[in-house]
Write a protein that binds this ligand. Structure first.
Ligand code: SIN
Length: 193
C-alpha cells in the first residue's frame, strides 16, 4: 500500500454528512493540537497498545532516513490512553494530510477516563502493510534510532519526550514509551559525559 493515505481515507470514509466527529489521539495528537476542536477529553481504547513501530518520512525523519513514531498494535487485554477531540468534519482535511504517511482512520469505541461512559470515534492506525512501517525492535534499538533521526517537524527525540510527558500528565504508565525514554536519556548522558 502506498504510504500516502490521504486519498484512501477520503474515499473510504467521507464524513461530510456528520456535524462533528470524535478523534482519539495516542501519539503526537495528544500534545500537538494544531487544529481547532470543540472540546477535548482524556480517553482510552481497548484491545490496542502503542508501539514505536511506524517509520516517519515526513515529520520526524525523511524518506531516506525515516524516524520512528507511534502506531497502535492489536493486543488482547491491552488498552491505550490518549486524548479525544471533538472536531468538525472539515478538520480532517488537515488531519488526513498530517497523518498521510501510512495512517488509515477507522471508527472504534473510546472510553472516557473519568468513567462517564463511551463514545464512537475515529483513530488513525498505521498497519504493517504500509510502505513506511518499520515493525518491532528492542527498546534500546528504538531509542538509538530516535536519537539520530530528525525531519521537517523537528528532532525525533522531541516527539518521544513530549509524548512521555503528555502520558505522565494523563497519569498513564506506558512501559514501552517510558523504557524508550529511559534508554534515550541514558544515551544522552553517555554522550555528554
Ligand atoms: C496519533 O497521535 O493519534 C497518531 C500518531 C501521531 O500522529 O503521532
Amino acid at each position: 500500500m502506498s504510504h500516502n493515505t490521504v486519498a484512501i481515507n477520503q474515499a473510504q470514509q467521507p464524513l461530510d454528512h456528520l456535524d462533528s466527529v470524535w478523534l482519539f489521539g495516542y501519539g503526537s495528537l495528544i500534545y500537538k493540537a494544531d487544529f481547532s476542536y470543540l472540546q477535548r477529553r482524556p480517553a482510552r481504547i481497548h484491545g490496542w497498545q502503542r508501539r514505536f513501530w511506524q517509520g516517519s518520512h515526513d515529520h520526524r525523519g525523511t524518506p531516506t532516513a525515516p524516524g520512528r513514531v507511534a502506531t497502535l498494535i492489536q493486543a488482547d487485554n491491552a488498552h491505550c490512553s490518549g486524548m479525544a477531540y471533538q472536531v468538525t468534519p472539515a478538520v480532517f482535511e488537515h488531519l488526513d494530510h498530517r497523518e498521510k504517511n501510512g495512517y488509515l482512520r477507522f471508527f472504534t469505541e473510546f472510553e472516557w477516563l473519568d468513567g462517564s461512559g463511551t463514545v464512537n470515534g475515529l483513530v488513525y492506525v498505521a498497519g504493517p502493510d504500509n510502505d513506511a512501517y518499520l515493525g518491532p525492535a528492542s527498546e534500546q534499538e528504538i531509542a538509538r534510532h530516535i536519537a539520530q533521526s530528525a525531519g521537517p517537524s523537528g528532532p525525533n527525540d522531541e516527539y518521544l519526550l513530549l509524548l512521555a510527558q503528555a502520558l505522565r500528565d494523563l497519569d498513564d504508565h506506558d512501559p514501552h514509551v517510558f523504557a524508550i525514554e529511559r534508554e534515550l536519556l541514558a544515551l544522552r548522558q553517555r554522550h555528554f559525559t
